[in-house]
Design a protein around this ligand. Structure first.
Ligand code: SAM
Length: 265
């Protein structure tokens, strides 16, 4: 695929996917302007600041990794501004970007999308039917994440596969009624055990979530980029959707390796 120059060495490359063990800003500086059809970004949530949560009935630290620690409100905003600006350059005018996050990051990202002239199309509430209970019992149990979907150019015509979303089968989603319009609340369980057979990522997204996003907002032939590849869920879903080309950037080599294992046919 002719959208990245040859200056960087890929970690992995196949006919339909290429993974770089690089900072996304470095990789983005090698991607051609106006060349990407769709970006899915699951950036650091900035919530790994020594809090506690409950997992399988046990109290555990919330920390996901050093990459997820907050550097303070202003620094976090600068970080999001920088990568969103770089993504804008790489997107085609009719291209769209999805950003996932919790309240720790999503309001920064929503503000910065608008500041960078993106046009917000939807905010999706991804409801997690079996979310961990709240330990303090002093506020509500967090049971959703938000997905922002935005278009680069307000006047361009973006891809939305309306019929597929309305009439497709979504057995994992107890809220989706057959042959009715897809709404903005999606009930999708966490990744299945089979999605973790090669190893786990602490914030791994379910394949069903990414498959829905890819099927809704891209067609065969699309170039999809994920600046925060993690365990490569976007690449796995792109392969399942078929006919798409996937580009991933990930700073942690262990997660690149996990991605390669997941992408093997
Ligand atoms: C929220 S996780 C993504 C999880 C992914 N969606 C999945 O399903 O596995 C964010 C990932 O971005 C990586 N990361 C953090 N900063 C990065 C950067 N500047 N460039 C590339 N990757 C980065 C982290 O190592 C982490 O694996």
């Amino acid at each position: 695929m002719n959208v990245i120059d040859n200056a960087l060495k890929p970690y992995y490359s196949s006919e339909s996917a290429i993974i770089y063990n690089e900072d996304c800003l470095e990789l983005l500086s090698h991607i051609k302007e106006n060349s990407i059809d769709m970006i899915f970004a699951d950036p650091p949530y900035m919530l790994s600041n020594n809090g506690l949560t409950c997992q399988n009935g046990r109290m555990v630290n919330v920390n996901k990794g050093k990459w997820d620690a907050s550097k303070g409100f202003e620094e976090d905003a600068k970080f999001h501004d920088t990568w969103i600006t770089a993504c804008r350059r790489a997107l085609k005018p009719e291209g769209t970007i999805w950003i996932s996050g919790t309240y720790h990051s999503i309001y920064h990202c929503g503000y910065l999308l608008q500041k960078n002239d993106f046009h917000i199309l939807n905010d999706i509430a991804w409801f997690k039917p079996n979310a961990s209970p709240n330990l303090s019992c002093r506020f509500f149990t967090a049971s959703h994440e938000t997905l922002l979907w935005a278009r680069k150019d307000k006047k361009a015509r973006h891809t939305f596969n309306y019929d597929e979303m309305k009439n497709g089968l979504f057995p994992e989603d107890k809220m989706k009624k057959e042959n009715t319009q897809m709404r903005s609340v999606w009930s999708i369980p966490p990744p299945k055990n089979t999605e973790k057979q090669f190893g786990k990522h602490p914030t791994q997204k379910p394949v069903d979530l990414l498959l829905r996003i890819i099927n809704a907002s891209t067609n065969s032939g699309a170039v999809i980029f994920d600046p925060f590849n993690g365990s490569g869920t976007t690449g796995v879903a792109a392969a399942l959707a078929g006919g798409r080309y996937y580009i991933g950037a990930e700073t942690d080599a262990a997660f690149c390796e996990l991605t390669v294992k997941r992408l093997q046919p």
